[in-house]
Each structure stands twice: as C-alpha cells, then as structure tokens.
Design a protein around this ligand. Structure first.
Ligand code: UDP
Length: 313
C-alpha cells in the first residue's frame, strides 16, 4: 500500500509511520511541524519506503502518484497546544480535513480521520459509547478542538454519503507513550517529568476527575484493525482502565519509586469530570482490545522521558 499520514511527525502519527513502514508499505509523512517534531521520525528518514514532506494541510494538498490510504492525524491535540494555537486547530480540523478528503476522492483512496473522546465533551453518559452525541461547550476554551473534530467527523461522513469515499473514524481516548512532548501539558508527561525533577505533582482540582489511559502500541493496532475491517466505519479506541487523576499521581510515584508532594491547582474550564470508553464495538467487530497494562506502558514511557531528561541536561 501507499499511505499518506498527515501529522506523521506527531506522537501518534510517528508511531503509525513506524508501523506502516515495518509492514512494508510506502509511507508519505506530511507535517508542518507546528506541534510535531523531526526527532520523532529522524530514524525513518533513510528508509527507501519513507518520505517526509513539510507542509501545512490546511492548503491545497498535492501528492504525486497513487494513494491507497490517507490517515489524517494532523492537529494540535493536547489542551496546552490547542489553547496556544486555537485558530490553527480549527483550521486543520475544518480546512485540513476538507483538503485531505478532496485528495482521497481524487486518488480514490480510503480515508481515516483521527477523532477524539473530546467529541463527547463533559459526558452525561458513562462510559461513552459511539451512539452518545456528547455534551460540548462550543464557545469554551476547549471548543476549538472539540468542535473542529466534530466538524471533521461531519465532513468525513458527508464525503462518504455524497462522494462514496471509503471512510473510517477513530475516536481516540487518552493515549500515552514515548514521543509525547515532555511539556505538552498532558497529565502523563507532566507527572512523569515532575517526578524526574523531584518537583511537586500538580493535580488540577481535587483530582477526583477520571481518565482511562491507553498505551500507544495498543492504539496503533486498533487503528490498523479499523482500516482493515469493512463492518464498522466509526469506533472508539481506548483503554477501559479508568482511574482518578489523584490515584494516577500516586501510581506514577509508585512506579518511579519516588515520593513527591502533591499540590492542587485550579481545574481548567470545562475539564471533563469522567471519561471511559465503551469499547464493545471494537471488541465485537475489530476483535480488538488493549493488551498492555498501565504499569507496563508507564515503565516504557518513564524510560523514554528519563533518556530525554539526561539528554537535555
Ligand atoms: N491534569 C492534572 N495535572 C496536570 C495536567 C493535567 O491534574 O498537570 C488533569 C486534567 O485536569 C485532566 C486530566 O489530568 O482532568 C487529564 O488531562 P490531559 O491534559 O492529559 O488531557 P484531557 O484528558 O483533559 O484531554
């Protein structure tokens, strides 16, 4: 297969590049490096089946030759990043998805959009199944990401209905692993790096809000199963191992074998109170469920940040 991965230098995108190159596919990685990083794909640059193009996909996309799949991952994706780049986030979700879909149509390629559990907003249904329509504040600070992704899903479906493009939508829940940015503000890199620096751990609010964390290799496998199947177009992908952020802080300290002080900071506006994917659909149709335990995934992630930490000292 010949695959275009937008956002291919990002955290999830770069792991997808690895996966598809390893399986013997030709990969074109496109990224404007707004939040993606060359170091995530540096090891791939010499491969003959890998090409990198620095480009902003909110503009007309031109790719030479045939394409079988377009995996559209391009977007700032951490709360810090989309608060820093609100307009770019809206543009890549709307204009970027439009351009990527136009390319899929022209090339008769199949198309996958990386959507998000944020389409469920601060959910009133728990756990969140694909049939839930969500509880999103369009004009809140997170609205720039949530609504961009909701629009992206809508236009993806429209291209399917009106132009017959073969589409998949992956609603990705909290995912973690090596190649996250140490300062992207998300809870996993933040807590690990605070412990590495022996700084206090910043728990927002009382820490009773919950998240469910999926390790990157499980997520990549889920995306692969989703594009291989022809029964479902839309699926949640995430781990059901739900825990409070306070318990998560304690777990990180336990795994790193360090005790740090916990300080409470103000809870960000519209921070979802609970989040856990209902993955019955993925289990039934994709025969997929996560296999890496949180402890195992965290140990690998801690190793990654330890190396980065020593490297940057
Ligand atoms: N969080 C926290 N301390 C931090 C960073 C995040 O308590 O230093 C909390 C945040 O308020 C949220 C959860 O951890 O409830 C997960 O945040 P993250 O930014 O990783 O992603 P989200 O799931 O909110 O998109």
């Amino acid at each position: 297969m010949r695959v275009l991965i937008t956002g291919g230098a990002g955290f999830i995108g770069s792991h997808l590049c690895d996966y598809f190159v390893d399986k013997g596919n030709a990969v074109i990685c496109m990224d404007n490096l707004l939040t993606g990083r060359m170091e995530n794909i540096a090891h791939l640059l010499g491969e003959k089946n890998f090409n990198f193009i620095q480009y902003d996909v909110t503009n007309y996309i031109f790719v030479d030759g045939p394409l079988d799949w377009i995996l559209h991952l391009a977007s700032p994706a951490s709360p810090n990043d989309y608060l820093e780049y609100p307009i770019q986030t809206l543009k890549v979700g709307a204009l970027g998805t439009h351009k990527a879909l136009g390319l899929a149509r022209a090339k008769k390629a199949s198309f996958l959009i990386a959507s998000t559990s944020e389409v469920y907003g601060d959910p009133l249904v728990h756990p969140q199944g694909e049939d839930y329509w969500g509880n999103v504040n369009p004009i809140g600070p997170r609205g720039v990401y949530d609504e961009a992704k909701r629009f992206a899903e809508a236009i993806t479906y429209a291209y399917h209905r009106y132009h017959n493009v073969d589409i998949r939508i992956a609603r990705i829940f909290n995912t973690f692993g090596p190649r996250m940015k140490h300062d992207d503000g998300r809870v996993v890199p933040t807590f690990i790096n605070q412990v590495l620096r022996r700084e206090p751990i910043t728990v927002y609010g009382n820490g009773n809000q919950t998240r469910s964390f999926c390790y990157i290799s499980d997520l990549v496998e889920g995306i692969y199963r989703l594009i291989q199947n022809d029964k479902v177009r839309l699926s949640n992908l995430g781990n059901q191992n739900e825990m409070t952020i306070l318990d998560f802080a304690k777990l990180v300290m336990k795994i790193m074998n360090v005790k740090c002080e916990i300080v409470h900071k103000e809870l960000p506006i519209d921070d979802p109170h609970v989040r856990q994917p209902d993955i019955s659909r993925a289990k039934e149709f994709l025969k997929w469920e996560p296999v890496v335990s949180l402890e195992e995934g965290l140990k690998k992630t801690v190793e990654y940040f330890k190396n980065q930490f020593h490297h940057n000292k």
